[in-house]
Design a protein around this ligand. Structure first.
Ligand SMILES: Nc1nc2c(ncn2[C@@H]2O[C@H](COP(=O)(O)OP(=O)(O)OP(=O)(O)O)[C@@H](O)[C@H]2O)c(=O)[nH]1
Ligand SMILES: [Mg+2]
Length: 409
């Protein structure tokens, strides 16, 4: 980015901040007005009751509800960077929300460990000098250290080498080229799938199965997805098909309550996961549900019975709702790095996966594994999670991801 570009972006970010601040003030005033009206009504009601002491008003006037946005933070470097990333994607100032800013801030912070000793080190090494064959060797080591994987690293380094043979490449241009190459790798499976953004298709039942080994974040991710989906007005239902772990149903019910989504479960001991899915599909059909989210048990992917169980669940879905839109999404814990990649390969072989969700991107140094998953397992990344809160999951956006991974601070 040239100096003028960056000045313009800062100016843009300042305007966006001022607009959000104004909106927040107006919202606070609106809420206060609503509260005063409520108190006034209550007072009138009490006076009325005191006089007649008989009936209560049967239909109290409807309250208009203001959706409360989260509190706007400081106008700092985080805000500016996040606003700049949104601006670069063509967003208008009045389209920006505090939620988006908060998410990007979180993502950049989360990937801090991944880029530490990566971009910072690379920029330090390069200084203002053009790239040399030696700096490519350094870059290669850094990429491997960030768990980007051998295959993706090779691809990136070869294209950089080719470029170096053709022209002189400065440090900043090198980083820009690198970002673009990484984005191409991540985008390839997404483009191949024909679906840029995974959303439930309207007019039919969509079933999303969340699969993966122990503790990678399946249930938490499902809870966050339920929230995203119901907030986007899709009629959503949860199937508690992890009957293996006793506390799993309770855990899901908490998430269901938070996002106002019902959970179909079978509390009896040793309940059959496929039977829970059977019941959930019946309910989903009756209620005209758009999206059924299925939580599954996590055990080692090498255990055949887990794969058999998943196959049985799939069979029930295919039989009961052959025209349903089924997605098998592998949940991967980014902090497991190359181990996660092994899991992905093993699941991909036997579980007929259609996508991946990367979790725990907050505070890991191995965020680069997302690239290895795209490149070596050819799985489109559909969502990413960076925290344990209900809003800490977003549809995957390769531009934002690469910008956050290679942000220069
Ligand atoms: N920091 C962080 N923690 C997460 C994230 N997602 C999940 N967790 C935590 O990881 C732990 C395991 O999450 P679960 O959702 O129970 O994982 P699971 O895959 O359902 O586990 P099993 O059902 O036992 O196989 C919990 O403590 C979660 O709070 C995330 O994005 N960031
Ligand atoms: Mg679970």
């Amino acid at each position: 980015m040239t100096k003028t570009d960056s000045d313009n972006s800062r100016e843009w970010a300042a305007q966006a901040y001022a607009l959000l601040k104004k909106r927040q003030e107006e919202q606070k005033q609106e809420l206060q007005k609503q509260e005063e009206q409520k108190q006034e009504l209550q007072k009138q009601e009490e006076q009325k009751q005191g006089l007649t002491n008989i009936t209560r008003t049967e239909n109290p006037p409807e309250q208009t509800k203001t959706i409360v946005e989260p509190e706007l933070g400081e106008f700092d470097d985080n805000f500016t960077w996040s606003a700049m990333v949104l601006a670069a994607q063509g967003k208008n100032i009045n389209q920006i929300s505090i939620d988006e800013i908060n998410w990007l801030t979180k993502l950049r912070r989360g990937l801090e460990e991944t880029r530490k000793g990566f971009v910072t080190e690379l920029l330090d090494k390069l200084g203002d000098d053009p790239l040399t064959p030696e700096s490519l060797d350094d870059l290669e080591t850094l990429l491997i250290r960030a768990d980007v994987g051998i295959g993706s690293t090779d691809k990136v380094i070869s294209s950089l080498r080719k470029k170096l043979n053709e022209e002189v490449v400065g440090g900043e241009a090198g980083i820009k080229f690198l970002k673009n190459q990484l984005k191409i790798i991540i985008d390839k499976p997404i483009k191949n799938s024909g679906t840029d953004l995974l959303v439930p298709q309207k007019g039919k039942l969509n079933v999303w199965l969340l699969v993966g080994v122990n503790g990678v974040g399946k249930t938490t991710t499902l809870g966050k997805l339920a929230y995203l989906s119901s907030r986007s007005n899709y009629k959503t239902l949860i199937a508690a098909a992890d009957t293996f772990r006793a506390a799993a149903v309770e855990q899901l019910k908490v998430w269901g309550e938070r996002s106002n989504v019902d959970v179909i479960s079978n509390q009896s001991k040793n309940a059959d996961p496929a039977a829970v899915v059977f019941d959930a599909i019946n309910s989903a059909k009756k209620r005209n549900v758009d999206l059924l989210l299925v939580d599954t048990a996590g055990r080692l992917q090498t255990k055949n019975n887990l794969m058999d169980e998943l196959a049985k669940i799939k069979k029930i879905i295919d039989k009961k709702v052959p025209d349903a839109n089924v997605e098998s999404l592998l949940v991967l814990d980014a902090s497991q790095g190359q181990n996660g990649l092994k899991q992905a390969k093993s699941f991909a072989k036997s579980a007929n996966l259609s996508g991946a969700i990367i979790t725990k991107l907050d505070g890991t140094s191995r965020g680069g594994v997302s690239l290895a998953v795209s490149d070596e397992v050819n799985l489109p990344i559909r969502f990413i999670g960076a925290g344990e809160g209900i809003k800490d999951l977003r549809p995957f956006n390769s531009y934002e991801f690469v910008e956050a991974m290679l942000a220069d601070k």
